[in-house]
Structures are given as structure tokens and as C-alpha cells.
Design a binder for this molecule. Structure first.
Ligand code: NCD
Length: 335
């Protein structure tokens, strides 16, 4: 493991879902629950805003985002931090003029800031940014590579809904090949004992070989199938994902969007599909969900937890940012 990513009990950056120990995950869950609770009263909200008053987070998103960016920015503000940034860094930063991300980060190092939330189109860029950054990088998704904060918030959702992350059947439905959420989530879930991970997709869009290898190396069982209903019957957690259309042009999978949509038709989650899920199972989606993924009729089903899951994202990001900023405080003894 990268020494920069995690050392005994502390974190410098958030770059990969692989960096978290179970005790760090449980610590994040506890803090997130506390932030959710205290966010309910203006008095304690104001107290939370004193935690990191005076610190500043830069928010640089080179790809579209709703939940990740808003929740990171809200998380920073609810901790009393200032936020400066752009939701379209590809267009409104010097990237449009051809500047490298490394040069941009070198300049940010000069500005007296405390954290950088980053989403990039290219895989591996968060690590490259961290290699030259003297403040924490929070990877908000790097191409089809990783989405570590999503994995932690999904793990938190499973833990809070089902009480444990162990001995579960996790079923991933959709474009498991191009999804960074699937790569990061499956790597976290597979580290807990007794778990099975099943990929439900068309044959071309099951998980990538390197992701499957990590799942198996972590000790979980891995299966793939095209049969949705059968997989739903034994599922505890079903995670559905959108076809990553923006990745198709550069993908080694040579299928058009139309071809995939046609082949994937039988994978839509609707009320008929929900009838195959047992009553205690939960349905998650990182969002945005499209009608091809989940029929809107399913929103009314009490097992559909995706809106609550998105809400958890705010508190989990608050918890992670709080931990990183506390560690920064600890490095500044004069505070
Ligand atoms: C996901 C992403 O950007 O990878 N969205 C999110 O962060 N909640 C999933 C997606 O866009 O399909």
C-alpha cells in the first residue's frame, strides 16, 4: 500500500477504496452518524462550523457531478471551511489552455489552502495530483478508475440499513465494466468475511479482470450471470449502475450505446423484478439513475434506499474531511 495514502491510523489523502482499514471505516461511520444527528439543530450546526473555521477547500471538477460536488462543498461549509472552485474545470480553468494537472496543483500549493476535492476524466490523475500536492487530495472519481468516497458512503449505507457488512450477497447490476463505483465498492465489500459478489450484466460488461482479481484476492466469492431474477432472489444488497455512455468512445468494448441498451433491456429493475428480492434486501444506486436502470415506480418501494444513500454521502464526506483536517491540525502543533 502506498505510504502516502495511509500510515498507521492516519490518512493523508483519499485516493483509493483500498486504503481504508475496517477500523477507519467504522470510525468514519460513527462520525457520519454524529454529523447527521447534529445537523438537525441549528445550535449544533453552528458548533460544527467551528471545527475547521479558517480552512479552505478547493473544488475542481473536470467531469459533471451533482452529488459528489455538492456534498463535498456542503461538507466543507458545514465544517466551517470556505470553498473556492469550479464545477467545470475542463472549461473554466487553464486545463482548457493545455495546462497539466501537476502545474495546476503546484500553483494551488502556493495559495495557502487546506484540501482539494478533485474529479477527473482520466484514470490515475488523483494519484498524480497527490504526488505533487502538499495538502490532502480527495478523489471524487478519476475516470473509470476509482470513486473511494462513494465506496465508503455505500458501505455506510449497507452498515446502517443491515447492521453489518459481513456474510452478504452483493449483486451489482448494469455496466460493471466501466463503472468506478463498482470497482471501488466491490473492493471494499470483498474485504469483509463471508461475502459473495455477483455481477449481473450483458456478457461484455461484467467487471474488469483487475477488479475481479482484487475481489478474489480479498477472499470473497465472485460470480457473473446474465440472469437478473435469479441473482435478485439471493441478494442482500443490490447496487444498480448507469451505462457509462461517456466512456464508450474510448472503451475497448466495441458496442454502441443503442446495442447495449437493447441487450440490457431485461436488466431493468421494476416492480416485477423487485418481487424477486426478499423483504429485507436493499436496493442502492449511486445516482443519477435513468429509466433504463430503475423504473420510477420502484421509488415507492421501502427497500429502495438510493435517496437516503445520497444523503449519507454528505455526512460521510463530512466525516472524512473532518478526519483529514484533524490530522492536518495535529501536524501544526502551534494550533
Ligand atoms: C457516479 C459517478 O460519477 O461515478 N455518480 C456519483 O458520483 N454519485 C455514478 C455515475 O455517474 O453513473
Amino acid at each position: 500500500m502506498d505510504k502516502d495514502v495511509t500510515t498507521e491510523g492516519n490518512m493523508k489523502h483519499i485516493l483509493t477504496a483500498e486504503q481504508f482499514s475496517h477500523s477507519q471505516l467504522y470510525e468514519i461511520f460513527d462520525r457520519a452518524d454524529n454529523f447527521r444527528e447534529t445537523d438537525g439543530s441549528l445550535y449544533s450546526r453552528r458548533q460544527n462550523m467551528e471545527l475547521h473555521f479558517g480552512r479552505i477547500m478547493l473544488s475542481m471538477f473536470y467531469e459533471p457531478s451533482t452529488r459528489t460536488r455538492f456534498s463535498f462543498e456542503l461538507a466543507a461549509k458545514k465544517l466551517g471551511m470556505e470553498v473556492v472552485g469550479t464545477e467545470n474545470a475542463a472549461l473554466f480553468s487553464s486545463a482548457a489552455k493545455g495546462e497539466t494537472l501537476e502545474d495546476t496543483i503546484h500553483v494551488f500549493n502556493e495559495y495557502g489552502i487546506d484540501a482539494i476535492a478533485l474529479r477527473t476524466k482520466e484514470e490515475g490523475l488523483a494519484r498524480r495530483a497527490a504526488a505533487v500536492s502538499n495538502v490532502p487530495i480527495l478523489n471524487g472519481g478519476d475516470g473509470k478508475g476509482e470513486h473511494p468516497t462513494q465506496a465508503v458512503l455505500d458501505a455506510h449505507t449497507v452498515h446502517s440499513e443491515l447492521g453489518s457488512l459481513e456474510n452478504k450477497n452483493y449483486v451489482f447490476v448494469g455496466d460493471n465494466y466501466h463503472s468506478r463505483v463498482v470497482s471501488s465498492d466491490s473492493v471494499v465489500f470483498s474485504t469483509f468475511p463471508g461475502n459473495t459478489i455477483t455481477s449481473v450484466s450483458i456478457p461484455e460488461l461484467h467487471m474488469r479482470p483487475e477488479v475481479k482479481a482484487k475481489i478474489v484476492a480479498n477472499g470473497a466469492q465472485y460470480h457473473e450471470t446474465t440472469s437478473l431474477y435469479e441473482a435478485l432472489e439471493s441478494a442482500d444488497v443490490v447496487l444498480v449502475g448507469r451505462l457509462q455512455v461517456e466512456r464508450l468512445a474510448e472503451s475497448d468494448i466495441r458496442l454502441t450505446e443503442e446495442e447495449i441498451r437493447r441487450k440490457q433491456e431485461a436488466l431493468q429493475i421494476n416492480n416485477a423484478a423487485m418481487n424477486h428480492m426478499h423483504e429485507n434486501a436493499i436496493l442502492l444506486h449511486p445516482l443519477p439513475k435513468l429509466k433504463y436502470d430503475i423504473d420510477p415506480e420502484v421509488d415507492a418501494d421501502s427497500r429502495a434506499k438510493y435517496f437516503r444513500q445520497a444523503g449519507n454521502g454528505l455526512y460521510v464526506r463530512m466525516a472524512m474531511l473532518d478526519m483529514l483536517m484533524q490530522e492536518a491540525d495535529a501536524r501544526e502543533p502551534e494550533l
